[in-house]
Design a protein. Structure first.
Length: 279
């Protein structure tokens, strides 16, 4: 499973991989509290698999702006139980959205295939050694500040240059810890310490991040900048999300982290058809 995922991350001949979001938290900005029972978790996982998700991303701690941390024990219980539950039914690759090495270790033991770390391997030094030992892919994301304060006046002199430099430094650090470059995915972190303008600039110049030599993940789904531009509430942003997904496919994204898998799959089919049309 992990080898299969690694191969797909390295093959950029097709459309971006669709990463379906499964938040098992009571306070996530979009779907908090919806997927806390085993029945609800399995139903949502099966729905996303049927709609064409390439992998699922399981999160046990909300990272929305202003979010408060949960205890280690609580995050472990949520995440590990969910990985085991899904793994009994499906062989789809599973990513775990965590900054904690102990959560990651137990999730990998339970059958997870990838770690998605919003801290860029900064919050828990032990996570890098675990990733080296387990030889699994990892997403390294840029974030200005922490989830608790990241949206309090985020400021950049050169948003693309500064994020690129941060990600390049994190890639180099990860490699110095024994994590092979081909296992690293980068994420510019839309909405994580960015204004609407910053997010739009990142999307406009997304191809710049592919120059880092790692697959690029974009997590734009239902985020507030879409709502502000379109004047839509969080549960009415899937169309805007799908439009951005198509743009990201053309600009070289390798993974798209989304709530609405079906809409994203259709957007990617159209984007790839246009991209493959005759000149």
């Amino acid at each position: 499973m992990r080898t299969q995922l690694q191969d797909r991350l390295g093959d950029r001949s097709g459309p971006p991989l669709v990463m379906g979001i499964l938040n098992i938290t009571p306070d996530s900005f979009s779907d908090g509290g919806r997927f806390t029972s085993e029945a609800a978790i399995l139903a949502q996982a099966e729905k996303m698999v049927a709609e064409g998700a390439d992998l699922l991303d399981i999160g046990g701690e909300s990272t929305r702006p202003g979010a408060l941390p949960v205890t280690l024990a609580e995050e472990i219980e949520r995440v590990v139980n969910t990985v085991r539950l899904i793994r009994r039914r499906h062989d789809i690759p599973l990513s775990v959205d965590t900054t904690k090495s102990e959560v990651a270790r137990l999730a990998l033991d339970a059958g997870a295939d990838m770690i998605n770390d919003i801290s860029g391997l900064r919050f828990d030094p032990a996570l890098a050694s675990l990733l080296r030992e387990r030889e699994v892919p990892v997403v390294i994301m840029h974030m200005q500040g922490t989830p608790g304060n990241m949206q309090q006046n985020p400021t950049y002199n050169d948003v693309i240059g500064e994020i690129s430099a941060f990600l390049a430094e994190r890639i180099a650090w990860a490699e110095s810890q024994g994590i092979r470059r081909e296992r690293i995915v980068v994420d510019p972190g839309l909405g994580f310490g960015k204004t609407v303008g910053h997010n739009l600039t990142i999307l406009k110049h997304l191809e710049r991040f592919t120059e880092l030599g790692c697959p690029v993940l974009i997590g734009h789904s239902r985020k507030s900048f879409i709502g502000k531009i379109l004047d839509r509430e969080v549960d009415d942003r899937d169309l805007g999300t799908a439009i951005i997904s198509g743009l990201c496919a053309i600009k070289g994204a390798a993974l798209l982290r989304v709530h609405d898998v079906a809409g994203t799959v259709q957007a990617l089919q159209l984007a790839m058809a246009i991209g493959g049309a005759a000149d």
